[in-house]
Design a protein around this ligand. Sequence first.
Ligand code: HEC
Ligand code: HEC
Length: 386
Amino acid sequence: MQRTLLRLGLVIAFLASAISVFQSNFAFGEAQSHNVPLGLPADTWLHFVPRQNPQTAAKVELGRKLFFDKRLSADGTVACATCHQPERAFADDKPVAEGVLKRRGTRNSPSILNVIYNNGQFWDGRSDTLEEQAVLPLINPLEMGDQTHDDVIARLRALPEYVTAFQQTFGKPTINIMLVGNAISAFERTLLSGAAPLDRYLAGNKVALNDAELRGMAVFRGRGRCTRCHTMNEHRMLFSDYEYRNTGVAARHPEFEKLARQLFHASDDELPQLVKQLASQPGGSELGRMLVSHHILDVGSFHTPSLRNVALTPPYFHDGSAATLADVVKFYNEGGKDNLNLDTELHPLGLTEEEQRDLVTFLGALTGSQPQVAQPLSAMRNRRMN
Ligand code: HEC
Ligand code: HEC
């Protein structure tokens, strides 16, 4: 009898705590979900904003202004938005980025929609946070071309509109590089995109996807094996496992094998120095995650990108080497490109022509809402205007 009572007590205690957890989640969901588009994590504002850099309306507005301002670049011709264009899901249409003086980088500009969810920034994750990332393009000679952060800060301090904006945002007239990074990343965290046809379908609207898209989804989750990496998790429908994977895209680069072989023959002691040296050689950026981790199994691995809005951002892959989504699907159908580190999830798939077409159609159903911050390129400020 006593035991039964004890058990009953435990059950009641369990139920009570379950109900209170449910209630607090519910209250949180209601309060926060109003401006998180359908399909994105309901806990976005709770878990993806660092405590040190809270969102405020003034900060987001200042970040937006900086993001579109070409005067931040060395010669006044390039803004963040030159390569991350609102009308192209905040990516561009070039295989690799083009910065000041038309200098070409080595990698494709990624969409920065939903970048708030990344656990590392860049194709190789070399920046841990958005704050850290946001100030690097300024002093990248192939991007915005400034010599030093001090140059940028001196320029901003000479512009009364920025002196006022920093004063209003941070409560003091200071302008420094950390505050620039904080403002830009607060703006970037508002670049959310959801409510794609797939989200509406999963939320219960059974006509939101047509037959070809439904067949494509079945291939995506089944014979195509795509969800092994582009995860479809009910609560985190972000189409990425946020890992670094070797699909063999890098192995298509003519220098890749030579560079990789040198690394495979080096001892642990020699590695850091050798990595530094190889990074600056032609094709060095193809070493991918290894440049950051110095781990030999990361040679040729890159961040699994989210596939939301992917139909808006050709060309594809970290090097822009696939012109269309059909090319991407063909690449996977052949099992990626073989190399020493090829991910074990990749195998030739043997998909029919129709299955491949359906897969491409399905990827189109991941195009979602676009944040209302768009400022046409023609309206972007450049230095001649002041
Ligand atoms: C010249 C083109 C260019 C400009 C200008 C530029 N970017 Fe980028 N951006 C890129 C490229 C290319 C990458 C990927 C580079 C890599 O992975 O090595 C990138 C990566 C990023 C990422 C990481 C996204 C991810 O998914 O990993 C963020 C965030 C970002 N840029 C924000 C900015 C901000 C903020 C600015 C302005 C301060 C800016 N970019 C200026 C081309 C550009
Ligand atoms: C082993 C993990 C893995 C699997 C399985 C996988 N992907 Fe990927 N996917 C990646 C990685 C990593 C990249 C980036 C590769 C690079 O650029 O080097 C990528 C890139 C892409 C891109 C280009 C995105 C862009 O913005 O450039 C598309 C589209 C894509 N994958 C679709 C698919 C489809 C469709 C399937 C199933 C047929 C699939 N992926 C299977 C890991 C994977």
